[in-house]
Design a protein around this ligand. Structure first.
Ligand SMILES: C[S@@+](CC[C@H](N)C(=O)[O-])C[C@H]1O[C@@H](n2cnc3c(N)ncnc32)[C@H](O)[C@@H]1O
Length: 232
């Protein structure tokens, strides 16, 4: 198949590192990084079958996993699924790697980069679920174009998701929730299957909480949970 050249340009607006890593985190990074990192090919697509040995039954992707609590919990709940997590924030990557080591998780690969570079390299209909949980809201109007959920990224989600695959999103920014829904409604490849509003705390049972989410709830913010199924 002829394709346009794969994008090389990264768009990462948030910080890449905050405090220095602890000695234990640096040690885990040095020991484990070669085993868990997924280096993106410059011009070819990723073959999901090459990611895990033996190959796992499905591939789920989390974009912007933060400290990795949700990803590690999902990987524990679903040992037969392969997970790729994408996060450019070094402290978050180190935190997930400590969980991978402590829990001996074998089914996670990490991309320390802009998720858009990963998504463009995933084959058509290769992914069973995509998680975008509490992405940076960029509330100022002039920054809205930095939001990860855009018409273009949803077009890519539709391309890489399998039939009946799920896109699970959450935000506690009311404007971003509306933004997500206004984009999704234009994509008839997707059907809304869940709209949860946490004033009655109705996050699905099989959806472990993220760190950002817990902090927000403690501060009185109300998350919105959205699940879309790929139907066309
Ligand atoms: C508000 S935090 C939420 C983290 C986590 N999902 C949680 O709920 O605790 C948003 C995360 O998205 C990451 N992020 C920002 N731009 C990204 C990009 N282009 N690709 C992947 N992750 C990105 C940030 O580094 C940050 O960790």
């Amino acid at each position: 198949m002829n394709r346009d050249p794969l994008p090389q340009q990264r768009y990462i607006w948030g910080r890449r590192q905050s405090r220095p890593l602890k000695e234990s985190q640096r040690q885990v990074l040095a020991d484990l990084w070669p085993k868990v990192s997924l280096e993106l090919p410059e011009q070819s697509m990723i073959n999901p079958l090459d990611l895990f040995t033996p190959p796992l039954t499905d591939l789920w992707v989390e974009i912007g996993f933060g400290g990795g609590e949700h990803l590690a919990a999902q990987a524990t709940l679903h040992p037969q699924i392969g997970f790729v997590g994408c996060e450019p924030f070094v402290n978050g990557v180190a935190s997930l790697m400590v969980q991978i080591q402590e829990q001996s998780l074998k089914n996670i690969r990490i991309v320390k980069d802009d998720a858009r570079l990963l998504l463009a390299r995933l084959p058509d209909q290769s992914v069973g679920r995509i998680f975008v949980l509490f992405p940076d809201p960029w509330p100022k109007k002039r920054h809205n174009k930095r939001r990860i959920i855009q018409d273009e990224s949803v077009t890519v989600f539709a391309r890489i998701l399998k039939q009946e695959g799920l896109l699970q999103m959450a935000t506690d920014d009311a404007d971003y929730a509306e933004w997500m829904q206004s984009i999704m409604v234009q994509h008839d490849e997707f059907e809304l299957v869940l709209e949860g509003r946490a004033s009655i705390y109705d996050r699905p049972q099989d959806w472990p909480a993220t760190r950002y989410e817990q902090k927000g709830i403690a501060q009185g913010r109300a998350p919105v949970y959205l699940v879309y199924k790929k139907v066309a």
